[in-house]
Design a protein around this ligand. Structure first.
Ligand code: NAD
Length: 421
């Protein structure tokens, strides 16, 4: 069993605002602009009934939050998870604004989701839930307004139902209304692996820049979903050895390296790591504190806090998830010289290829996988180099540098547009 991680002591939004406040102080942002950027612009909460397979009805709660749209339409994932909350959606929407800005995409930030356990629903229940939720939030989403994408507990099939529902309402197909779709209906080549690919590109370059040889580096990955599983494969392809992974059921450890193909096969059959016999079983806390070169937390927020930061032994942390390291832990790890590759930069590959998907859908002209991947590499390397150069010039951690670059861009756009009326 995975051992319990202490619940976050502050709300996710207050953590996101604390990071923003520190950046606003460093940039000397004026009070009015600061007040605008530290709150979300718009939030919609919906309670809606869904018919279950046995004929009964259940009422679900969902959210869609837009933090800032000064630089373009809102963009961000939809999360289907039992612990999803409005507070999480607000914080994650704010991270999306900064993420889009730091990699230079013409988007603002949004996030949403439904409080549910998707694995406890049948496929038809999940479809009905998705279509009804889409209808409820269709008031504020759409190709030019707010474009959802996959996140925890959602994937290409859920995106296909969203696209179809919006298209049925419109009376014609609107593929650009959602990204992360199957390629059969306007999805982009390379989207599924994009977050993991972007993370591995930046991580390898950052390690080399600091004289850490990626080849032979030992890696632990928390979470084995769309981000974690792809990271495990691509970091292995870059010469690293993945010695530990976890999912929500268990952690696995094998000092000589795990058999990733066997773990993928297990997942494809619907199994969980608790069913796997080919490695030692470890707890979630233990995975985070293993003696590794690289730790990739790719599951949930607030996994490394002041409770466990001083036990983390990794030399480099690449934040596959959003906000897996909280600001208290950040201070401890920075003091100890641990290199943290911040979420808004290192896991931005997904939104970069979502942007490519949106552009391809609008143009109705599609690119080959090689073109998508090489454009992704170009954006990730350029963004990393900008963040790294500012961090070096100002003597600050990469997270502070990424935040300064992002907040400056959003502040400039908000200011130059002016306050209506
Ligand atoms: P996913 O649902 O595909 O996978 C999540 C994985 O985490 C699963 O393997 C699940 O079993 C595991 N998990 C859940 N709780 C866990 C726990 N307590 N300990 C260990 N493992 C646990 O989701 P995903 O799309 O891979 O997203 C993972 C994280 O990355 C989320 O925080 C998400 O917001 C973030 N993210 C995702 C994308 C994307 O493109 N999908 C982009 C940027 C950031």
């Amino acid at each position: 069993m995975v051992s319990a991680v202490p619940a976050p002591e502050r709300s996710a939004l207050s953590i996101a605002q604390r990071q923003f406040d520190a950046t606003a102080d460093a940039l000397g942002l004026d009070d009015a602009l600061r007040a605008v950027l530290r709150e979300v612009k718009r939030e919609l909460v919906v309670h809606f009934p869904v018919e279950m397979d046995d004929g009964s009805f259940r009422v679900f709660t969902g959210f869609r939050v837009q933090h800032n749209i000064a630089r373009g339409p809102a963009k961000g994932g939809l999360r289907f998870h039992p612990a999803m909350s409005l507070d999480d959606a607000r914080a994650l929407a704010m991270y999306m604004t900064w993420k889009a800005a730091v990699v230079g995409l013409p988007f603002g930030g949004a996030k949403g989701g439904v409080v549910c356990e998707p694995r406890a629903l049948s496929v038809s229940e999940l479809e009905r839930l998705t279509r009804r939720f889409t209808t409820e939030i269709s008031l504020i989403i759409g190709q030019d307004r707010d474009i959802p994408a996959p996140d925890l507990g959602t994937g290409p099939q859920v995106m296909a139902w969203i696209m179809d529902t919006l298209s049925m309402h419109a009376g014609f197909s609107v593929p650009a209304s959602v990204t992360g779709k199957p390629t059969a209906i306007g999805g982009s080549e390379g989207r599924y692996a994009a977050t993991g690919r972007g993370l591995s590109i930046v991580t390898v370059q950052a390690m080399r820049d600091r004289g850490i040889d990626p080849s032979g580096a030992r890696v632990a990955v928390q979470g084995f979903g769309k981000v974690g599983a792809v990271c495990a494969d691509l970091l292995t392809a870059a010469g690293m050895t993945v010695i530990a992974v976890s999912d929500s059921s268990a952690g696995l450890h094998r000092g000589a390296g795990l058999d990733l193909a066997a773990l993928h096969a297990l997942k494809e059959e619907g199994g969980s790591f608790a069913d796997y016999g080919g490695a030692d079983r470890i707890g979630n806390d233990e995975l985070l504190t293993l003696d590794v070169d690289l730790l990739v937390p790719a599951a949930l927020e607030a996994q490394i806090t002041r409770h466990n930061a001083d036990q983390v032994r990794a030399r480099v942390i690449a934040e596959g998830a959003n906000a897996p390291v909280d600001p208290d832990a950040d201070l401890v790890l920075n003091d100890r010289g641990v290199l943290i590759l911040p979420d808004i930069l290192v896991n931005a590959g997904g939104v970069v290829v979502s942007y490519f998907e949106w552009v391809q859908d609008i143009q109705a002209y599609f690119w080959a996988a090689g073109e998508v991947n090489s454009r992704l590499r170009e954006v990730m390397v350029r963004s990393y180099e900008q963040v790294n150069a500012r961090a070096t010039a100002e003597g600050i951690p990469l997270r502070d540098s990424a935040y300064r670059i992002a907040v400056e861009k959003v502040a400039e756009a908000t200011e130059v547009r002016g306050i209506y009326p």
